[in-house]
Design a binder for this molecule. Structure first.
Ligand code: HEM
Length: 417
């Protein structure tokens, strides 16, 4: 690894305390070591980029490859870089692991099937799912919002969108649950879950080939670009990345977002009024601010230097991993006024929560639809919603890429018994 001066006052990263509140450590890094070399809990060395301007540049820098095989160490072979459990060769060739021209071709193909129009048509289904989930616990007067609400909503939504038959959706939910429960722990559980998901998707894609429907998988198989189609492996990898990228992120946007509102009563009152008055604009702007303030993707996915380069004065050698810390960039005082304050009416809010450049989140329209519907409906139907735990007792998952709560116990005054 390239050299970096050692500073004994540097904060300790990746502990449980850090997972609870990483923002003071990121502020230190922005000030003292904006491109900082660290050893990750997996033992892999990587550079952390924490300032907004550098982060934005790095996300769009073609010299930073997304292909894990560009890593100078053999860590990719041991499954230590990349998305957890995706070592299987069939699932490796997805958007977050490839560069142009392959990325351009695959993204163009998937964009033909995964259009904002298709997402908009899906709005009534997301509303129904949201209402059904709240119906199941409303009368009880208490719930764990992660397990009973934020977790099932995106998994059922993405299953419906892909065209997974309803009778199979609980299996997908269970395997997805295994992936995130084990995401930061033993990797055996992740590998098992990925294997089941892969087997299921391959079989489903095969079935759909003989019987096209109006769903996204059928659209993906049919999509063609200058006569080119996705192969079965590419289609399976694409479905896998849509599942992977689309569910834990959305769980955490809902979870972190509701938690931030409950801890900031004035802002919550503001959002409550917007919801009651049907002010969709404020609801939408509020969700963007929740994403900037404590978004679900703490660190963007892996990038690797394809040649020696200098970032913010720091030399980075060919093959070294670079991790862009979105959570740090989105609290950079050089870019945002009073960045540590949650301000739902913030006007200048070009956050990096969905990334930037050619890998900008493909699912952003779906994520926005789900988050607005989920948070808006919760506040409308459960106006007395409040935390049912001491914030000190809440635990964060502590994975590298995602930031989210393990549980979110809440209570409200029920009308039932
Ligand atoms: C709150 C929710 C979400 C957040 C915060 C989020 C964030 C992100 C970010 C930061 C990236 C770029 C990663 C990088 O450059 O390293 C990304 C890419 C991606 N996201 Fe999302 N995402 C969300 C929801 C979704 C959903 C619902 C889907 C699909 C169903 C989705 C699909 C994707 C895909 C396919 C990519 C890769 C795009 C590419 O490489 O061209 N995301 N997302």
């Amino acid at each position: 690894m390239s050299e970096q001066p050692c500073d004994s006052s540097a904060p300790t990263l990746f502990t449980w305390e850090f997972a609870t509140d990483p923002y003071p450590a990121y502020a230190w890094l922005r000030d003292h070591a904006p491109v900082h070399r660290t050893t990750l809990p997996s033992g892999v060395d990587a550079w952390l980029v924490t300032r907004y301007a550098d982060a934005k540049k790095a996300l769009a820098d073609p010299r930073l490859s997304k292909n894990p095989q560009r890593h100078s160490a053999a860590a990719h072979a041991k499954g230590k870089v990349g998305i957890p459990g995706e070592r299987s060769a069939e699932l490796m060739t997805h958007l977050l692991n490839i560069d142009p021209p392959d990325h351009t071709r695959l993204r163009r193909l998937v964009s033909k099937a995964f259009t904002p129009g298709r997402v908009a048509e899906f709005a009534p289904r997301v509303r129904t799912l949201t209402d059904q989930l709240i119906d199941a616990f409303e009368e009880r007067g208490e719930a764990d919002l992660i397990h009973e609400f934020a977790f099932p909503l995106p998994i059922y939504a993405i299953c419906d969108l892909l065209g997974v038959p309803r009778e199979d959706q609980d299996d997908l939910r269970d395997w997805a649950g295994m992936m995130i429960r084990h995401g930061s722990g033993p990797r055996g559980g992740v590998a098992r879950a990925v294997k089941r998901i892969r087997g299921y998707l391959a079989e489903l894609i095969h079935r759909k080939r003989g019987d096209f429907g109006e769903d996204l998988i059928s659209g993906l198989i049919r999509a063609s670009d200058h006569g080119e189609h996705l192969t079965e492996n590419e289609a399976a990898a694409m479905c896998f990345v849509l599942l992977f990228a689309g569910f834990e992120t959305t769980i955490n946007l809902i979870g972190n977002g509701v938690y931030a509102l409950l801890r900031n009563p004035e802002q919550r009152a503001h959002m409550q009024r917007a919801v009651e008055e049907g002010d969709e604009r404020l609801l939408a702007a509020g969700v963007e601010e929740l994403l900037r303030y404590d978004g679900p993707v703490e660190i963007a996915t892996w990038r690797f230097a394809t040649e020696p380069l200098t970032l913010a004065g720091q030399r980075i050698a060919e093959g070294e991993p670079v991790l862009v810390v979105l959570a740090a960039a989105d609290r950079d005082p050089e870019r945002f006024a009073a960045p540590d304050v949650l301000d739902l009416t913030r006007r200048d809010n070009q956050h990096l929560g969905y990334g930037h450049g050619i890998h900008y989140c493909l699912g952003a329209p779906l994520a926005r639809l789900e988050a607005r519907t989920a948070i808006g409906t919760l506040l409308r139907r459960l106006p007395g919603l409040r935390l049912a735990a001491d914030p000190e007792d809440l635990r964060w998952r502590g994975g590298l890429i995602m930031r989210g709560l393990r549980t979110l116990p809440v209570t409200w005054n029920s009308t039932g018994g």
